[in-house]
Design a protein around this ligand. Structure first.
Ligand SMILES: *Cc1c(COP(=O)(O)O)cnc(C)c1O
Length: 377
């Protein structure tokens, strides 16, 4: 949502070119909503969603922990004021020398999903705590993360047993139910899988303590999404259902849900045209596209709210595209986007819900377009 602070910033600063404006008040509200929704879970913000230093600093000051995917992200979290104990290296695909660097920086919590990765961690970060990621089916998610990360629960038993045999601390199980997960019940099956791994390892005398329940909490784009409170209730009920009174320590790793609705991109219409006199749909070209930060429009997966000053005028479907000379740089075509018939060259378009997964996805200078600028207010 474009907050009054964001609208005031754009009106007074009048930045030229496309840019993202992030309102820190919304980030703080989101953090507090997660804390309230799952008061017994630790929050590890997924840094990749938006690593702006101001965002990390705010979250560090509010008591957040940080889920990092690289040494550079770990350094950013440290820079923002987090101690190494508040950082996890949550990527299951790490170079051994990066594990060693993280270890040297004091990080002691690592994700793994196979014995090969366990061996790297055991060599480069002796004695560290590891959790094993299990696969989920990603159903209900608009941006699924399934297949690439995690192993089947039966394999997680071997992975964690191997970790223990190499002197690591087998700490627990993690999963990610898929990003922009709109089903509040999606955590249930994965929590059941975690319990299965807990029980199997307990029989071998290995006591796991941690369930890392990942991210997946949605941002409102065009459709309403359930509240953090609704997710919290459903997740807590699933923990109770499967773990009874012996509740494990839990972590959540919100990325999109922490910053998505805190940001708005200001864009501009560069061209409105048709391909033939009989063409039904107009083509609307913006000064930002897939390579300028809107990569999540891939397969039209994420459908951002587009807001113009002419939205009270008559609307008609448009193909929406970016400004670069690449035909992949089309945002919405399979499902055309209704935009005002009066929309014209030079009009401002606000793209809402763009606080997550935009700045870091923008190309350095494809076609000479500069990377997406960002202002954090
Ligand atoms: C990307 C990622 C997240 C954040 O996911 P969201 O859907 O943005 O909340 C959390 N955990 C891990 C391990 C991730 O890779």
């Amino acid at each position: 949502m474009a907050t009054q602070r964001i609208l005031d910033f754009l009106a007074t600063r009048r930045p030229d070119g496309p840019c993202l404006v992030v309102d820190l008040d919304i980030v703080a509200d989101n953090f507090n909503a997660f804390r309230k929704a799952l008061p017994d879970s630790s929050i590890f913000y997924a840094v990749k969603a938006n690593p702006a230093p101001e965002v990390l600093k705010l979250l560090a000051s509010l008591g957040s922990n940080f889920d990092c995917a690289s040494v550079a992200e770990i350094e950013m979290a440290l820079e923002a004021g987090a101690t190494p104990a508040r950082i996890s290296f949550g990527n299951t695909i790490k170079k051994e020398r990066d594990v060693a660097r993280a270890h040297a920086l004091g990080v002691s919590l690592f994700a793994v999903d196979c014995v090969e990765e366990v061996e790297k961690v055991a060599r480069a970060a002796p004695g560290a705590r590891v959790f094993c990621r299990v696969l989920t089916n990603g159903e209900g998610a608009e941006w699924p993360l399934s297949r690439k990360f995690g192993c089947v629960p039966a394999m997680a038993i071997d992975v964690l047993t191997h970790a223990r045999s190499l002197g690591l601390v087998a700490t627990g199980v993690s999963f990610h139910v898929g990003s922009q997960q709109t089903d509040t019940e999606a955590w249930d099956a994965a929590i059941a899988d975690a319990k299965f791994v807990f029980d199997a390892l307990a029989e071998k005398g290995i006591v796991l303590t941690l369930v890392n329940m990942g991210g997946g909490f949605p941002t409102r784009y065009l459709k309403d999404v359930p509240s953090a409170q609704a997710y919290g209730r459903s997740i807590f009920a699933a923990l109770r259902r499967h773990f009874g009174n012996a509740l494990p320590e839990t972590i959540i790793e919100p990325g999109r849900g922490m910053v998505g609705d805190a940001g708005v991109i200001k864009a501009e219409v560069v061209l409105v045209s048709k391909k033939s006199d009989t063409d039904e749909n107009r083509w609307v070209y913006l000064d930002i596209g897939k390579f300028g930060g809107l990569a999540e429009t891939m397969d039209e997966a994420i459908r951002y709210p587009l807001v113009t000053k002419r939205d009270h005028d008559e609307m008609a479907p448009c193909v929406v595209a970016g400004p670069t000379c690449d035909s992949a740089d089309v945002l919405y075509e399979k499902t055309p986007y209704p935009l005002p018939l009066s929309l014209t060259v030079g009009d401002e378009v606000l793209i809402e819900g763009t606080g997550a997964y935009t700045t870091t996805y923008s190309a350095v200078a494809f076609n000479g377009f500069e990377p997406l600028r960002s202002y954090v207010i």
